[in-house]
Design a protein around this ligand. Sequence first.
Ligand SMILES: Cc1ncc(COP(=O)(O)O)c(C=O)c1O
Length: 493
Amino acid sequence: MTEFPATIDLLVSGGDSRITPNPQTGLNKYGCSTMPDNEIVALGSSTASIISLRGMNAAQVLRERCAQRARRHTLQDVYDQQMQALRSELLSLCGLSEEDKVDALFAASGTDIHLLIAQWLQPDLTVMIDPAETGSGLAAALQGKHFSSDSTCAGGAPESTSVSDWQGELQTLVAREKNGKPRDIASVDAELLDIVEQAIKANKRLLLILTDVCKTGLIFPGIASIKKLQQRWPEKIQVVVDACQFRLSKQSLRAYLAHDFCIALTGSKFLGGPTFSGALLIPHSVANARQDQVLHEGARAYSHAADWPRGYKASLNLHPGTNFGLLLRWEAAIAELREFAQLNEQQIRPFLQAFHKAVSDRIQQDPHFEAVSNPMLDRSEIGSVGNWDEEQSIFPFIIYRVTSSGERQPLSRSESAKVYQELQRPADVQQHRRFQLGQPVLCGERIGVPVSALRLCVSAPMLVSAQEKTTADNMIAEAVLALDRIIEIIDTL
Ligand SMILES: Cc1ncc(COP(=O)(O)O)c(C=O)c1O
């Protein structure tokens, strides 16, 4: 038998080019290294995270186990067993047991999960949030197109060409006004209702994507209107919650599933696993309704049979195959989830509130910054109340240059991108600490200048570490230091 690949090689295999390290820097497109990097201040979990030591150890242990088993079994058998074990553990850490009748599908990223959902459900029309507020490949994936020129398993598919014989329409809803304020909920509801009514009249089947939460931390569109529409036309509408940020409590996951909504998750943002990994929680009610749907062979580029729950006809056309990179990336994320799942409300909320206060106070007091506002995260419509996920854990803000006369000039998008890069990879590494923030997100205009928001984010590993008071205080101080450093960088632009 050939040698089982090394953990670090596996971790960057079985995904699209977003996970490939640049040979010069050893970093991927998001500045994440393949090895743990304790020197960087990691505040960018809304985009991607760097593998932790805990995650690396877990991946290494699983790699050893797989290598040992591969001496007695086929690689296929080893992969199938381990994916099944991963599935059971993810569900159990989400607080779900067999009685809850929920399955899990795995894929190389949140974007791949959306691509597979669309291939499986084949809606005539999908409605989702403004593409700037979600993964950049989602719009293509949901319409049945390759979102990148090097798809997951097979590679070499031209971007924007069709994955299969199915293609769907897509409509997007703007989430924020030009000034960055969240759009009035009533106008969003009215626009959505109009789109849905017209589609139903034309006898179309719809996929509604409820994003909880988006890149800048909103739940969008309103849960109430999505729920109402789905209850009115249950045969025509399927809802998928895009919870790829995975900033959801077990209670909220359960509540969404109880409404027959599927939930898309990733292990590589809030959870702190390596870039990238995706999963879809599927209630049995949804699986039963789609039980005869077989995926087109075009989906082979994104999925292996063992990535699907056992017994799903959807996977009949897929090749057996293995993706040990995906398995190990998820294992590293699960190592973080094991720790996080042990924390209770009282251990989570106080740090989120303290972080929020420190960062908001600093942003509000300083003319170099403007907070991008977010309403309360209210999930009472699905019966999830009083849980830690009501607290913000993504803090977006716009940057300004302040002239000697006190005049504020917003940084352009390219300037904000430079700030983001310089924070992460300072020109003078000896001199400055490295800070990783969430990638800039387009956020309208200020004084006629198109702007982007940078994001400070709290992750699950931070919340685990915050149980130690001094560490908690240090992490908050570091977030404030990141803001100080931004001001220094503005002056060098
Ligand atoms: C809300 C949301 N959904 C989906 C995605 C796509 O997930 P991935 O980056 O794993 O492809 C992102 C990425 O930032 C996201 O923020």
